[in-house]
Design a protein around this ligand. Structure first.
Ligand code: ZN
Ligand code: ZN
Length: 388
């Protein structure tokens, strides 16, 4: 059976374990939450305890399952790994092996039939319906690096028991903390699981539908800062699909991305290391390429009254010049990093060249930004005037 036939066959078989579990706890929540609201008053300690549990689960999924295991964007001390393992298991999103496998397939085959949560198949498919379909056996080659590790083998082999145990510990802990047995189950377990699940699933659904594409236009992933609040920093998904090897998703310091701050903080304590980061000039070059693509598409959409060819040439010239200068600056900066300790005449000349290049790139970048703003927002009439 080839891949296409295999994918078609899968549409018709249901994963009963996943389906019954997901449907079952949603129904249980639907029945018990109104009952709990009527018969009891949720205490502040129950609400804050649940928020803390949920936040730690989301952090472990984004920081552990996603950035540590699926993408290997940094390394971490075994003690931190154990903590992330506990909270990631509590999140009830499958074993590290299955999660990382599906996620690597998503990146490798994004938007295609082999992407487990392919966004072009619709919101509900990418959000949760894909989990109700029977999946083929894990392809061990996709996660061969993870399979080698005994601790991860253990988590995968005993996942179901560990997941139940982690949830039991969280439930008992919250019950001891609040004294509210029913609340700890309905709010602390079911509501918490509901929020953690749907917030994670938004990354596969909404973060491929609702937002902008500043870094890559060739796939459905988008950047959306609103989503980054619900997904614990994973809302900068267009950046992530463009540079999946970066430990950050929100690449600017002010972009809300809790795992980024925690990983950075742990690195300062010596508990995380080998943090992988894409060079800012490489990021800028990709931004220019994506802008160029968007502007060309916009020019094609405009009426015949404007001089399409002249505008396209103008965009092409500006993009080529800016990209070339970014490349030269990157090469010079890399060379400077290798030579900076020498302190000879050549290094001084290189410093002067870099300063000059930075000024030129900054001016071209300003002009480029102005052009992007104009092309993407102006009317036909403004275009005709602008070129004359
Ligand atoms: Zn994605
Ligand atoms: Zn990813």
């Amino acid at each position: 059976m080839n891949n296409t036939e295999d994918a078609t066959a899968r549409k018709w078989s249901i994963d009963w374990t996943n389906s019954l579990f997901l449907l079952g706890y949603h129904l249980l929540l639907l029945a018990l939450l109104p009952y709990y609201i009527i018969v009891a008053d949720a205490s502040a300690s129950l609400i804050w305890g649940t928020v803390a549990l949920g936040a730690l689960c989301l952090l472990a999924i984004t920081m552990g399952y996603h950035r540590l295991y699926a993408h290997k964007t940094y390394k971490v001390h075994p003690a931190i790994e154990a903590v992330l393992g506990f909270w990631g298991t509590l999140a009830t999103e499958g074993s590290i092996f299955s999660w990382a496998h599906d996620h690597r397939m998503h990146h490798r085959h994004v938007d295609s039939e082999l992407d487990p949560y392919s966004a072009p198949d619709g919101f509900w498919h990418s959000h949760m319906l894909w989990m109700l379909k029977k999946r083929p056996e894990l392809n061990k080659r996709v996660i061969h690096d993870l399979i080698e590790r005994p601790a991860l083998q253990f988590q995968s082999k005993y996942y179901q028991y560990l997941m139940v145990a982690a949830n039991a510990i969280a439930f008992l802990g919250l019950w001891a903390f609040t004294g509210d047995l029913l609340g700890s189950f309905v709010v602390g377990t079911l509501v918490r699981m509901f929020f953690v699940h749907h917030c994670t699933w938004f990354i596969n659904s909404l973060a491929h539908m609702w937002g902008s594409k500043p870094y890559s236009t060739e796939h459905t992933s988008v950047n959306n800062f609103v989503l980054s609040f619900f997904t614990f920093g994973e809302g900068y998904h267009n950046y992530h699909h463009t540079f999946a090897g970066d430990y950050r998703n929100g690449v600017r310091w002010y972009q809300f991305d809790p795992p980024k701050y925690v990983i950075w903080f742990l690195s300062k304590l010596g508990l995380a290391y080998d943090l992988k980061k894409v060079n800012h000039l490489t990021i800028k070059r990709k931004l220019v390429a994506a802008d160029r693509h968007l502007m060309m598409a916009r020019i094609q959409e405009l009426s015949h009254k404007i001089d399409h060819e002249a505008w396209m040439q103008r965009i092409e010239d500006a993009a080529t010049s800016l990209t070339q200068n970014l490349n030269i600056l990157k090469t010079a900066s890399d060379k400077y990093q290798r030579m900076k300790d020498l302190r000879d005449e050549e290094v001084e000349l290189l410093q002067a060249k870099i300063a000059d290049l930075k000024k030129r790139v900054s001016q071209e970048m300003d002009a480029w930004t102005t052009m992007v703003r104009f092309v993407m927002k102006s009317s036909d009439a403004s275009f005709a005037l602008a070129l004359s």
